[in-house]
Ligand binder design. Structure first.
Ligand code: J2J
Length: 552
């Protein structure tokens, strides 16, 4: 196994193989098999350009050859920082075919996040685009790479000192090279039981964690998701959220669609003015959104019958208010499905034939009969039936450890291998999960997971900030927004230097993703302490939340 990954214990691995979950298939082979079965079907389109399965398969092989020629080797990590544009799939599958490990950065990531991800993954290369929707991704990536020193190579003195940045992904598979005929669909380097790629977690500590996934475990979750969502070769899936996100990639997402022989449509932005015309023109049948988009889409629904092709609207990534769920169910065409998932593994779905009550009020049932669920109190003791507690899980597609993070793993996993999700849930007698909140210091802003500690550390790096505490504040449209409490260094209270604007500029200078910027600031002289005068983060947050609800 690639060093840094925690393997599944042998006994559980044997159970999952015996159950037929882990089948020894690879990502490269998945695409080749679909291309053999449905060569002429459209695999992917952005609404303008189309690639058939045969073309996508050939493009992936060309990309693998070119990436190898550029010096990328099997088992090396490569950070993918691509928006929802056509090159994503050929490049992703090119990396799989080469046996290199894609690291799925989000398009919203900036220098701060990308440099962390490059460093943590040890990736010698990053693939992005020069510009997208007015953002200079190329400049951002080059700045991030310049912050990262690659270890000196013992024999290749000419090895670059910093990760290499590629900004023309389409050139990896388009002309002038003729497509290499007869390239095998599966690289001899692709081992289904070893790490195939790395997802990123929102992270409960300052550093985004890397989530190592194998083809065996991931493809099982994709296949099982296809069954739950009844995916066929007639399905057309609209990727509204970033393609790199676990939801869009696997629940059942782009991989489920490609496994079924359907068509992936890439939306450049999640707004109704971009997505609705695509749904109608491409006859989209399935799509997935985060809860804050729901009211925006509902408001934009035209009076005339539209979006009539849609059979399944998935909503997940954050809590969906029952009232919004009810409106979606009654006003949007097709069925509504709640999806509660995590890049670390476990995915829970309401089923297509669930009652209206279950679809509106629950986050469904786990995907696999072998998903093990424990709901426990603060002392790890299981709570009584129907009582809320911390959700722990392990199973055939849930990781056993973050990549190369022994310290984090010691606290994020139990001794017997259960992942501590950080979610507070309640299990109903019918087996459905109700997500009640988070136990950690994670803010869920419009579906983006933000580590409070990470934002606090960024704010603390401003020379005039003495203390910084960041809390999630309930917000009608975005679920939560980021509220920062700042204690300025003594002597600077009176100076106008420390304002929301200066802190915003500071975060920009650091290259922080925009979605992590506090929405609101309070400049205070002190932070409340607990009764015994200790700073307990949990109590601090409760007190701050209480302050927020007091009338001004
Ligand atoms: C409440 N909280 C939710 C939901 C995720 C499918 C769908 C979503 C993700 C995802 C994913 C929630 N209600 N319906 O990977 O495959 C919060 C929980 C969870 C965290 C994971 C998938 N759906 N959440 O959102 O890794 O707190 O994955 O632990 O980004 O999002 O976030 P992430």
């Amino acid at each position: 196994m690639i060093p840094g990954a925690t393997p599944y214990p042998a006994e559980r691995a044997a159970t999952y193989r015996a159950a037929g979950y882990w089948r020894g298939a690879t990502f490269g082979a998945l695409l080749r098999e679909s291309a053999t079965r449905w060569p002429g079907n459209t695999a992917v389109t952005d609404g303008h350009t189309r690639l058939s399965y045969a073309q996508l398969d050939a493009a992936a092989s060309t990309a693998a050859t070119r990436l190898a020629r550029l010096g990328i080797r099997p088992r090396e990590r490569v950070v993918l920082h691509l928006p929802n544009t056509l090159p994503y799939l050929p490049v992703l599958f090119g990396l799989f075919r080469l046996g290199a490990l894609p690291v799925c950065a989000l398009p919203g990531h900036r220098q701060h996040e990308l440099s962390h991800v490059l460093r943590r993954s040890g990736a010698p290369a990053l693939i992005t685009v020069e510009r997208h929707l007015g953002v200079r991704h190329g400049d951002i990536a080059r700045e991030a790479a310049a912050r990262v020193d690659l270890p000196a190579h013992p024999t290749h003195a000419e090895k670059p000192a910093h990760p290499t940045v590629f900004t023309d992904p389409a050139s990896l598979y388009t002309t002038p090279d003729p497509i290499t005929p007869g390239t095998p669909g599966r690289s001899r380097h692709e081992d289904p039981a070893d790490i195939a790629f790395l997802q990123l977690s929102g992270g409960s500590t300052g550093i985004p964690k890397l989530i190592p996934r194998t083809a065996d475990d991931y493809l099982y979750s994709v296949r099982a998701s296809n069954e739950v969502c009844r995916m066929t070769d007639r399905d057309v899936y609209l990727a509204v959220l970033p393609v790199a996100h676990n939801f869009t990639m696997s629940s059942p997402g782009i991989l489920g669609t490609l496994l079924a022989g359907g068509t992936v449509v890439l939306a450049a932005a999640p707004s109704p003015d971009v997505c609705f015309p695509l749904i109608d023109s491409e006859r989209v049948t399935v799509t997935a959104i985060v809860p804050p988009l729901a009211p925006v889409w509902l408001d934009a629904l035209p009076a005339r019958p539209a979006l009539s092709s849609l059979r399944l609207l998935q909503v997940g990534g954050a809590r969906l208010a029952p009232e919004v769920a009810r409106r979606l169910l009654h006003r949007m065409p097709g069925t509504l499905q709640q999806v509660f998932g995590m890049a670390e593994g476990l995915v829970s779905y309401t089923r297509l034939d669930d009652t209206e009550e279950a679809i509106i009020h629950t986050q469904g049932r786990p995907l696999s009969p072998h998903d093990e669920i424990r709901v426990v109190d603060d002392g790890d003791t299981p709570v009584a039936a129907g009582i809320s507690g911390h959700l722990l899980t392990r199973g055939p597609y849930t990781i056993n450890g973050y990549f190369d993070a022994p310290q984090t793993n010691a606290t994020s996993f139990t001794d017997d291998g259960f992942y501590r999700t950080g979610d507070i849930v309640r299990l109903r007698p019918d087996g459905a999960i109700e997500v009640r909140g988070r136990s950690g210091d994670i803010i869920n802003r419009a579906g983006e997971k933000i580590s409070a500690e990470e934002v606090e550390n960024l704010l603390l790096s401003h020379p005039a900030v003495h203390e910084a505490i960041v809390v999630g504040r309930p917000d009608a449209t975005r679920g939560e927004i980021i509220h920062a409490f700042i204690v300025p260094r003594s002597g600077v209270e009176a100076t106008p230097a420390l304002t929301a604007q200066t802190l915003g500029s500071h975060l920009t200078t650091l290259g922080t993703a925009r979605y992590k910027f506090p929405d609101d600031y309070a400049f205070v002289a002190t932070l409340p302490l607990t009764a015994v005068g200790k700073i307990s983060r949990a109590q601090l947050r409760t007190q701050l939340a209480a302050l927020l609800t007091e009338p001004a």
